[in-house]
Design a protein around this ligand. Sequence first.
Ligand code: FAD
Length: 449
Amino acid sequence: MPSITSDTDASELAILRHGERIAAALPRRSHAPKAIVERRVMGAMMDDEELRAAVFRFVDVRPACRTRADLADHLAELLDAAQGSRLAGLGAGLAGRSPTRTATAAVAAAGVRQMAHRFIIGADATAALPGIGALWDGGASATVDLLGETTVTEAEAESYARRCESTLRALDGAARSWPARPRLEHDAGGAIPRVNLSVKVSALTPAIRAHAPHRGVRGAEERLRRLLRVARDVGAHVHVDMESLDTRESITDLLLALLSEDEFADGPSAGIVLQAYLTESPAHLDRLLDWVGRVPRTVPFTVRLVKGAYWDHEVIQATQHGWPVPVFQDRRACDRNFETLTRRLVDASTSGRVRAAIASHNLRSIAHAVSYAERRSADIELQVLRGLGDDTMRALVRTGHRVRCYCPVGDLVAGMAYLVRRLLENTSNDSFLGAQAKGADTHTLLETP
Ligand SMILES: Cc1cc2nc3c(=O)[nH]c(=O)nc-3n(C[C@H](O)[C@H](O)[C@H](O)COP(=O)(O)OP(=O)(O)OC[C@H]3O[C@@H](n4cnc5c(N)ncnc54)[C@H](O)[C@@H]3O)c2cc1C
């Protein structure tokens, strides 16, 4: 049918146009020594599975190393694994037990710390405020994620909830003096809160277990209700992150039930994450949109569309139990589903009752979202992760888009698990960032999935 073909061609051309414009606005590659070393490390990791595994082990044990000699031992192990890789030359300083060896270990430790800081905006809310203010000054907003170790006691869950509450208040205090940024503060759905917190329900209760998620999630109910009240009082947005599939239904039930209560009819602004790598994510979106249609709230409900960060976990768990694998196993199928869900969310957002937040570092996924929103005259928000999406964020700000940066807050130990997940993503050959780092050209990166 000629008309469909030309329609498709026209939208592909629009995607290409937006993608090229954003790509042209990406900052130039830095030639600072720090950036060169980081690229070399990432490049070596991409080429070498063994080295990847060794780096993750090293990053994992780094916080537990009490002495420099300890650190040197672990680093020597890492560099053993690097034999033959582009990092092998760095091993020279670690041969034998010498002062050079411990000095090299100290440099490596500093490297790990520096790498963690690229992803973490501050050790606590107070330390994070200047960085968040700087983002705002530069034209991007933030969502803050408080990193925590696994919550195993009621006391830890309570402490996490209190940290969330005090962070909302601290951010609110600081945000009052930020200059006006109309693009970040209003869209077709009305005012957008300056303060935005991302929350993991599993950190609000020690009782969440894969085999009995409903019981565990109930333990989080009072703490999430309290958090919603604080957010409503200070006019902030609360966003519920999504974790592995076993807790998804319970977390969704909990958030939607709380937001359906009369006391939250006029706020706070809130939202949830939708993971496009799940094969039945379209049905989950049906459920969310059905709820939005039935429950009369006066503030739009935000859906943040992501691909999903627990792909390996879902595949391994399903395989071990002999269950059907719940995620797409072909990258292109996952990307196509992401585009279909993007279009559905953008369509839904034209009602003014839903906000579409498209979270990806993939230039094709972003350009598709931008071009479809333009076609529907709809507002979308683009979201990136601090550390991974910094360049993309700058390019999106420069090209006039509304961008939010997901900013983890926490100390070095709390940040390690996060760092390992992000490093895995950044150096995976199957990822967009991996392909980009290997020098794929813009046209290839923008190909239809
Ligand atoms: C602001 C923000 C918030 C986020 N919040 C969450 C959250 O709450 N929960 C969550 O789970 N994730 C979250 N993520 C992470 C997100 O799910 C992705 O892991 C990450 O953004 C990489 O996707 P991409 O589109 O940037 O990269 P791309 O390189 O385009 O896609 C990589 C993704 O493709 C999928 N994939 C990898 N291999 C395969 C395969 N063989 N077959 C099919 N699919 C595959 C995986 O989901 C992988 O993460 C968030 C990301 C951002 C930017």
